[in-house]
Design a binder for this molecule. Structure first.
Ligand SMILES: Nc1ncnc2c1ncn2[C@@H]1O[C@H](COP(=O)(O)OP(=O)(O)O)[C@@H](O)[C@H]1O
Ligand SMILES: [Mg+2]
Length: 173
């Protein structure tokens, strides 16, 4: 976690990561599982259920960036859930979703959550950079990120990346 925060702060100061993304074929279920396992100690220490289900495909992504983006989103889900419910991560094709049953985001905060330094009224400890950085990383990999939330119900974040069509590599023609 320490290493992650340092690199996030570096990103925040410089505005952009120094290097270009190293795009490669990434197995979405594998990255999702790694990120979930890295967050498990935090989830367990706060008394959460953390569940990962995989039906993801292969995508073009920078493995490290994608894992970092998932850690931010999972961290938010855990942080803003106030010990309630379950955090669920599931992958489907080229998309990965993180859902929580936490406090949710008010309609007034919702349009600004991807802005740098924007912290909602429920923000506990962050700098308001997590989602802004996620958006940068995901978009620089050619993907997109969206968030749906309802106050008192929960939040769902979806990250979509260019999926590599099954069998595309096997055709020589
Ligand atoms: N899963 C979530 N549940 C409730 N609120 C969230 C969630 N994720 C993000 N937010 C809201 O969006 C704001 C911006 O998120 P983020 O960019 O990660 O900044 P922070 O550093 O405050 O976590 C947070 O301050 C919080 O109000
Ligand atoms: Mg955050």
């Amino acid at each position: 976690m320490q290493r992650l925060s340092e690199s996030l702060l570096h990103l925040a100061r410089t505005g952009v990561d120094l290097r270009d993304p190293k795009l490669e074929v990434v197995d979405l279920d594998g990255v999702a599982k790694d990120a979930t396992e890295r967050m498990r100690p935090l989830a367990e220490s706060t008394g959460f259920g953390l569940r990962a289900e995989g039906n993801g495909g292969r995508v073009w992504a920078d493995h490290e960036w994608l894992e970092q983006a998932l850690l931010v989103v999972l961290g938010n889900a855990i942080q803003h859930s106030e010990h309630e419910g379950e955090v669920r991560l599931f992958a489907e094709g080229g998309a990965v979703m993180v859902e929580d049953e936490g406090a949710g985001i008010s309609e007034t905060d919702l349009p600004y959550v991807f802005e740098r330094f924007y912290r909602g009224k429920r923000s506990s400890e962050g700098f308001g950079l997590g989602l802004a950085i996620c958006k940068d990383l995901v978009e620089r990999m050619g993907g997109s990120i969206s968030l749906e939330s309802k106050e008192g119900v929960g939040t769902k974040v979806k990250i979509e990346l260019p999926e590599i069509d099954a069998g595309a590599e096997d055709t020589d023609s």
